[in-house]
Each structure stands twice: as C-alpha cells, then as structure tokens.
Write a protein that binds this ligand. Structure first.
Ligand SMILES: [Zn+2]
Length: 457
C-alpha cells in the first residue's frame, strides 16, 4: 500500500517544539495535521476486491466487513457496529453477489465488529461462528461503566465539532452509532480452542485462535485464495496495546505471538479489522513479522526496565520502537502509543505499585499542592509560574502546575482551569496520535462547559 506517512515520520527528528515534550507523538501542529490527514485514505469508503471471490467494505463504519463468495452462498466476516451502516455495506456487496448468506464470522467480540449482523441476513438462518469464550473478559467491568462511557467518548472524540475532528487513527472521525449493537446475532457455532477447518458454501476456511486485542480473537485463513483476515490484531497503526478509555490488561506477549503465527501463513492478501488490505505475499508477510517484532520489542524493553527496578514513568520515557521499524507505515503511532503500552504492561504484570517506598503512601494531592505553593513562594507565585509556562508553550508542565493550583483554597481556580484548557488545546494541536488528540480536545471542552468544575476528571 502507499506510504505517505513514512515521509512525515522522517520529519519527526527535525521538529523543534517549545517546552518539554513528554510523549512520542508530538510534532509541530502543521506536521501533526498533515500526518493525520495522510492516514485518511486508510478508511475512505470503498469496496476493495481482494481476490476473485472476496470483497472488503472499508469505511462503511469504523471497522471492515468482508464477503467471500462461494458456490451456493456467501460468508460474511465481521458485521460493523449497527444495522444502518451494515445495510449499506450489504447493499454494496449485493452488486457482486446475491447468493444467500451461509455463515457469519466474528473475528472477536468488540461491538464495532458484531453489532450489524442482522443487516446481512434475509430469511435465511446462517451459522454464526465465534470462539469458545466469545465475549468473556474483554470488556470493562460494568461497575465502571459510567466513567468508561465518558472516557470512550473522549478517546473517540464523539462530541467534538467538525472543526476539531480529524479521525480516530484507524477509523473515520464520525460514524453512525445510534443503533450500535442493535443487529447483533448470537453465535451458533463455537470454534474450539484447537481451531477449526471446514468448508462453507464450497469455500475451504480455517479458524485459528489468536488472542491479542481481546482474549476471544481468532484469525481466518482461506488456504485456496491465500487470504488472511486478522481481525484487530493487525491494522495500519502501532497497535492499541492499551486503550485510554480504560481497558483491562491486553496480553501483549500473546498478541505478539498471535501475529507471528499469522506471518507463518505468508498470505497473498492481508485483510485487517480496520484500514486497507495489504496485497502481495512479501508485503503482507513482512508487515506481520514487523508488527509482531514491534510488539515484542516494546514488551521486552519494558520487562528489562521492570527487572532493573525502574518505575513505569521512567520506562515509558525510555522505550522506543527499533530504528528499522519505527517509520513503517503500519507502525506509526496513530492509534496505539508506545509509552501507554509500557505503562499497561507494567500494571498488567505487577499492578499499580512501582516498588519505590516513596510511593507506598504519598501525600494527598491537596497536601502536595500546598507544599508546591510553599516551595514556589506562595500561591500567587505558583499561579504566575503556571501562566509563564503556558506562555512559553510548555504545555505539559502548565497542565501539571494547573493541577496543583486548582487544589489551593486561596487560588484563582477559574484561572487554573483556563490555563488547563489552553494547555490541552496546545498539546492537542501537536498530537498525531488520534486518541491523545481527541482526548485533550474533548477534555478541554468538558472543562469549558463547566461540567468538570469540581472534579477535573
Ligand atoms: Zn475494531
């Protein structure tokens, strides 16, 4: 596939930014927007013919859906998030085949792949394939649903204005979501832990268990066509090893191994769960090998740091993608983020405690703020310093100082909020990681609306 992102990635090392840059995905605002726009072609609406008898609908919603045409019916791989978008994809597929749907396959249980199934089905009753354990241990605990909803809206920029919207890294900026999950049909055939090889509508098809983004994921292999459907264990972006909307630990090591297993098939075409397919045995196999290696490298570097006794914050600033991988078009951090992955691995394996006794029982935020003010020479001085660093476009530090100031009883908390809003927008403009950018902008809007005036999270 085309590689415009590579050019931009190479610019990164030449970019100068005011203030301390604390992430890996901050560049000057013009480059950031250009990079995000360059990703747009990965999810522009199209029916892509990936083999004589296989069509993939890209950009009909956030994820992809595919149709495999067999002798007396078709197979649908993934179904988008709701029936409205799925119906449009189904209609587009019908131009290529009007054979009945014999089977639907869910690569994993995330709603953007399962919620539109009913739109593909008429009077027929297709078999619906999913893994054993489908839907288990992949989502957020229901107890934290209320905050999960808010954080999810921020990560995806659901409430941003058109002027603020760019995209979601591996999906368009906005999608039809009012009917999410309404077309869901329950699986009727369980793929066992050992996988399954079968023939559906005359098409030989294999289901291989492949935990990664979710524990219940599988990839689909068509041995005759040599086409591989990866689900969300591969797409054109560094993988979302952790989602900032809040997710339980995604087993990073297993994810890397699952992708390595896919590479062994040397597919002629690789169809991701999101973004455009990759054609050609060499290109597909290399992409999968690189992807697996990148995940493994982040994991291994993190483990080294952990065992050296370093804190997650320290390791998050040290771990980088290897030189030969970082500019690959499918490893730019448009969606996933290396520093976030590091923190996720740390807490996934060891929990929240970083091993440093200082952090066993730290001061309460308000106490810390009062002592910071004392160090600065009083609340007024701390407030002035907060404004100075904002002026210098040292946005991350401005955020951190504003968080201290907001705790102080004698501070101008309204001013602190304004500084935080401005710093968030400054950071957002520099971000080409879509979830970070969307989160910064959404949070700034939430603060501005007054909805977060008492508690800023
Ligand atoms: Zn997805």
């Amino acid at each position: 596939m085309s590689t415009p992102t590579k050019t931009f990635a190479l610019l990164l090392s030449f970019t100068w930014l005011a203030g301390a840059v604390s992430g890996q995905t901050q560049v000057d605002p013009k480059t950031a927007i250009r990079m995000l726009n360059s990703q747009q072609h990965q999810f522009e609406q199209a029916i892509v013919q990936v083999a004589d008898n296989i069509y993939t609908a890209v950009g009909y919603h956030g994820a992809n859906t595919s149709m495999i045409v067999g002798t007396d019916g078709v197979i649908i791989i993934d179904t988008l998030r709701g029936p409205a978008s799925a119906a449009k994809a189904a209609e587009a597929f019908r131009k290529y085949s009007d054979k009945p749907v014999k089977a639907i396959v869910y690569t994993h249980s995330h709603g953007d792949h399962t919620g539109g199934a009913s739109a593909f089905v008429g009077s027929e009753k297709p078999d619906i394939y999913a893994t054993k354990g489908f839907g288990s241990a992949t989502g957020l605990n229901k107890a934290v649903g209320p905050i999960g909803m808010k954080r999810g809206a921020r990560q995806f920029g659901r409430n941003l204005s058109p002027a603020e919207s760019t995209n979601r890294g591996v999906a368009p900026a906005s999608t039809t979501d009012h009917d999410g999950g309404k077309g869901y049909l329950s699986p009727t055939v369980t793929v066992p832990g050992s996988g399954l090889k079968t023939t559906i509508a005359g098409v030989d098809i294999e289901f291989h268990i492949a935990p990664g983004e979710t524990d219940d994921a599988m990839f689909i292999w068509l041995p005759s066509e040599k086409v591989l459907f990866s689900g969300d264990n591969f797409y054109h972006s560094f993988p979302n090893l952790y989602a900032i909307r809040g997710t339980p630990y995604r087993d990073v090591l297993t994810w890397s191994e699952s992708v390595a297993e896919m590479a062994e098939f040397r597919p002629n075409v690789l169809v991701p769960g999101h973004t455009m397919p990759i054609r050609g045995e060499e290109a597909s196999t290399t992409a999968l090998k690189d992807y697996s290696e990148a995940i493994r490298s982040v994991y291994d570097q993190t483990i080294l740091g952990i065992n050296a006794g370093k804190s997650p914050g320290q390791i998050a600033h040290e771990v980088k993608l290897p030189e030969h991988l970082k500019d690959k078009p499918y490893l730019i951090q448009f969606y996933g983020s290396v520093p976030h992955a590091v923190r996720a691995i740390y807490s996934g394996l060891l929990g929240w405690y970083d091993g440093n006794p200082t952090t066993l029982n730290p001061l309460a935020p308000k106490q810390q703020a009062e002592k910071m003010a004392e160090l600065a020479g009083g609340t007024q001085r701390l407030t002035e310093q907060m404004q100075v660093v904002l002026e210098k476009q040292d946005y991350q530090w401005a955020l951190e100082l504003s968080d201290h100031v907001k705790w102080l009883d004698d501070a101008d908390r309204k001013l602190a909020r304004q500084v935080k809003i401005a710093a968030l927008r400054g950071l957002a403009a520099r971000e080409y990681n879509a979830p970070n950018r969307n989160y910064y902008l959404s949070y700034a809007n939430d603060l501005e609306s007054g909805r977060l005036s008492d508690i800023w999270f």
